[in-house]
Write a protein that binds this ligand. Structure first.
Ligand SMILES: Cc1cc2nc3c(=O)[nH]c(=O)nc-3n(C[C@H](O)[C@H](O)[C@H](O)COP(=O)(O)OP(=O)(O)OC[C@H]3O[C@@H](n4cnc5c(N)ncnc54)[C@H](O)[C@@H]3O)c2cc1C
Length: 453
């Protein structure tokens, strides 16, 4: 195999794959180095397997409401081993698909863990035995090695799982403790509750989902509690004792209880381990690689994108950073990633999704008197016969100054799908009057966004 390339990409995850294929499409010779399965966090141990588990878990809600629609189920059993096995099969299918995409794009895939020898040379090793598998030379090098889950420094922390481990389990435990306030913690709490697991969810602070609209996060807290998730605020795990599936969890406030597993969803950090950045002179600040607007590090031929830069840690952002990098360097297309108006979702049950600023941020930036909040809270049609289940909340944050919609937020069925489409109008600078002038599509949940008064 050829050993000298225009571009060497470290990491075949969302950002790395996008950058490698785009650079090759512009005619560059490209190698991509991957130590694990091609696909990265999103495809192998993140967004995709998680969403598949959400799909499985949410069936339980349909079953819950089914008797109101006349269905009669006698005996129900959830075999989480079947679900987990099928999710893994799908992940492997996607892994193969991504390897084929690389082949078709004329990108050389080099399997093994890359580390710098100097600013233009990458040594590829087998990390299990330290064997050198390859040595590659690149005019430019792109670091796209992503992030890893953090594990707290407490007694017995190694007895707990991080999100990667959840996809590798043979079956889900009977009882689980989840620690964390972010979207991964909330999503897993709902997934597991839906699959019949008894969930205790510990949150160090006073609320979940900081950064999302407060009203929506409080409504999700209520919905999670009503589903049977035991939420504990203002406490944290201080130590874990026992063994693998029989743990004793001790908390800072002195509580202790047993659990068959514990998931730490307490944040992620860039994965710089073993890269030997010092040999290339690449500086990292606060454990992340610092880059300029063009994704360039302090070394002129070395670039970084995606979670390793710890900017906005989402798949579509990593992909766009990868493409913008390749377009600029090899396609003569001068564009930067637009970090404004990034839509985001929490695949909890019910879902939350948002684009633009939330009510608290709008008050902070413009003052309470300069914004208007339009809101609709209602029970969706699908829950009108069962007469239970979380209500939907739809919110528009509008500038009084120019009528522009500053933010669009939703909790409820298909929130992520609805907000993805609403993002287009917000990105185009839609005003409230444009929403009002849009004909409703009836009967839907989303029609409330165009009928709010
Ligand atoms: C549980 C979970 C759920 C998520 N859900 C969502 C979601 O719903 N929506 C969303 O947008 N985002 C989600 N994310 C975030 C998303 O997965 C990441 O933002 C995205 O994958 C980042 O892409 P990346 O290219 O920076 O890194 P990654 O996708 O992490 O890819 C990095 C790759 O580099 C490889 N690598 C690391 N070091 C080396 C080395 N030295 N040599 C060779 N290879 C190396 C790794 O093995 C990995 O394959 C989720 C993340 C998690 C953990």
């Amino acid at each position: 195999m050829k050993k000298t390339f225009d571009l060497i990409v470290l990491g075949a995850g969302s950002g790395g794959l996008a950058a490698a294929k785009r650079a090759a499409s512009h005619g560059a010779s490209v190698a991509i180095v991957e130590g694990d399965l091609v696909g990265g966090t999103c495809v192998i141990r993140g967004c995709v397997p998680k969403k598949l588990l959400v799909c499985g878990s949410s069936i339980s809600e349909s079953i819950l409401y089914a008797p109101s629609y006349g269905f009669d189920f006698k005996k129900l059993k959830i075999n989480s081993n079947i679900l987990l096995e099928n999710v893994r099969k799908e992940v492997l299918r996607l892994n193969e698909l991504h390897e084929n995409f690389l082949l078709k794009a004329n990108v050389d895939l080099v399997k093994g863990w890359g580390e710098f020898k100097d600013p233009n040379c990458i040594v590829v090793k087998d990390r299990k035995n330290g064997e050198v598998l390859d040595e590659l030379h690149g005019e430019k090098i792109l670091i796209a090695v992503g992030g890893r889950a953090k594990r707290p420094n407490i007694e017995g922390a190694s007895l707990g799982w991080v999100s990667d481990d959840m996809f590798l389990l043979k079956r889900f435990p009977r009882k689980i403790t989840i620690v964390g306030a972010g979207y991964i913690a909330c999503e897993f709490a709902c997934i597991l509750q839906g699959l019949g697991v008894e969930v205790t969810h510990i949150v160090r602070g006073e609320r979940i989902l900081k950064g999302f609209d407060l009203e929506l996060s409080l409504a999700l807290t209520e919905a999670m509690k009503n589903k049977g998730i035991k939420l504990i605020f203002g406490d944290n795990v201080s130590s874990i004792k026992g063994e693998k599936d029989s743990l004793i969890i001790n908390t800072i406030l002195g509580d202790n209880f047993d659990s068959n597993g514990l998931l730490f969803a307490t944040g992620r950090e860039p994965f710089l381990e073993g890269l030997r950045l010092e040999l290339a002179g690449v500086q990292n600040k606060e454990n992340k690689i610092k880059v300029d607007q063009e994704n360039k590090t302090n070394v002129s031929n070395i670039f970084a994108i995606g979670d390793v830069t710890n900017r906005v840690n989402l798949t579509p952002v990593a992909i766009d950073e990868g493409r913008a990098f390749a377009d600029k360097l090899y396609g003569n297309v001068n564009r930067n990633v637009n970090y404004n108006l990034i839509p985001c979702a929490v695949f909890s049950q019910p879902e939350i999704a948002s684009v633009g600023i939330n009510e608290e941020q709008a008050i902070h930036s413009f003052g309470k008197n300069n914004i208007k909040v339009y809101k609709s809270i209602f029970r969706p049609l699908s829950k009108s016969i069962p007469k239970r289940g979380a209500k939907c909340i739809l919110k528009l944050i509008v500038s009084k100054n120019n009528d522009k919609v500053l933010g669009c937020h939703m909790l409820g069925e298909n929130a992520s799908e609805i907000i993805q489409m609403a993002s287009i109008s917000i990105m185009l600078g839609a005003k409230k009057i444009d929403f009002d002038n849009t004909m409703a599509l009836h009967p839907t949940i989303a029609e409330e966004f165009v009928t709010m008064r």
